[in-house]
Design a protein around this ligand. Structure first.
Ligand code: ADP
Ligand code: MG
Length: 238
């Protein structure tokens, strides 16, 4: 099944063309990494998929439904950002259940969902703490927990690890990858780091100046880069 289909998507700000006719089809269960240098349009693309920003032209389909005019909360997506965006006055548990609370999910069901996610992410001992009492890695786990309880069709990650130190970043990469395999989630993951792309993706979309230069599995992108930009950016052997 196609989880996400993007057709002829463009975005301009005044006379700056940030996205130039993007086409992308992502199958459910894929771990797609959008990689490219800073300013190439990755976040803009993800925000348009999330409904946080509007396209100038083109369509976005999630789970076979055109969502251009659908508000973010009705898109069946969950997003994790670089900054954790946790509610500082709420406990970890409340941060995770807040969305369910708003949707009036029964308490027992909320408890079960929190228990599942906390176990999966190994944050059970943290449920009673406030965000200020957590390390960066723990906060990012909680942010992921909040996304996971939604059980969305599509997870959108925008550079979720770039605030973490190098060692923790490597650990969290593996953790997110394991999570993907275990729950069979469909993930679109944005990074400017080609190593992160190579180690995490089932398919990589390499972006440059608002266009997708190549969309293929990591091995193909690395060994058979579509052009000089991709070769240089991915550090392909000459
Ligand atoms: P990336 O996430 O790949 O670093 P972005 O999608 O954030 O890139 O930005 C792509 C381009 O769009 C950049 O040149 C940026 O300056 C520009 N841009 C992003 N948001 C706005 C905005 N609200 N108004 C004008 N230009 C913007
Ligand atoms: Mg960005």
């Amino acid at each position: 099944m196609t989880a996400l289909s993007i057709r002829a998507l463009s975005k301009r700000y005044a006379n700056l063309e940030v996205l130039k006719g993007i086409n992308l089809d992502i199958e459910s269960g894929e771990f797609t990494v959008l990689v490219g240098p800073s300013g190439c349009g990755k976040s803009t693309l993800l925000n348009i998929v999330a409904g946080l920003d509007r396209a100038s032209a083109g369509t976005v389909e999630i789970g076979g439904r055109v969502v251009n005019d659908v508000p973010p909360k009705d898109r069946d997506i969950a997003m994790v950002f670089q900054s954790y965006a946790l509610y500082p006055s709420m406990t970890v548990r409340q941060n995770i259940t807040f969305g369910m609370e708003c949707r009036h999910v029964p308490k027992a069901e909320q408890e079960k969902a929190v228990a599942n996610v906390a176990k999966l992410l190994q944050i059970e001992p943290l449920l009673g703490r406030k965000p200020s009492q957590l390390s960066g890695g723990q906060r990012q786990r909680v942010a992921m927990g909040r996304a996971l309880v939604r059980d969305p069709l599509l997870f959108l990650f925008d550079e979720p690890l770039s605030n973490l130190d190098a060692k923790l970043r490597v650990e969290m990469r593996m953790e997110i990858k394991r999570l993907h395999q275990r729950i069979g989630a469909t993930i679109i993951y944005v990074t400017h780091d080609q190593i992160e792309a190579m180690t995490m993706a089932t398919r990589i979309a390499v972006m440059h100046q608002g266009s997708v230069q190549q969309f293929a599995d990591p091995d193909t992108v690395y060994r058979y880069p579509a052009n000089l930009f991709v070769a240089r950016f991915m550090g392909s052997p000459p």
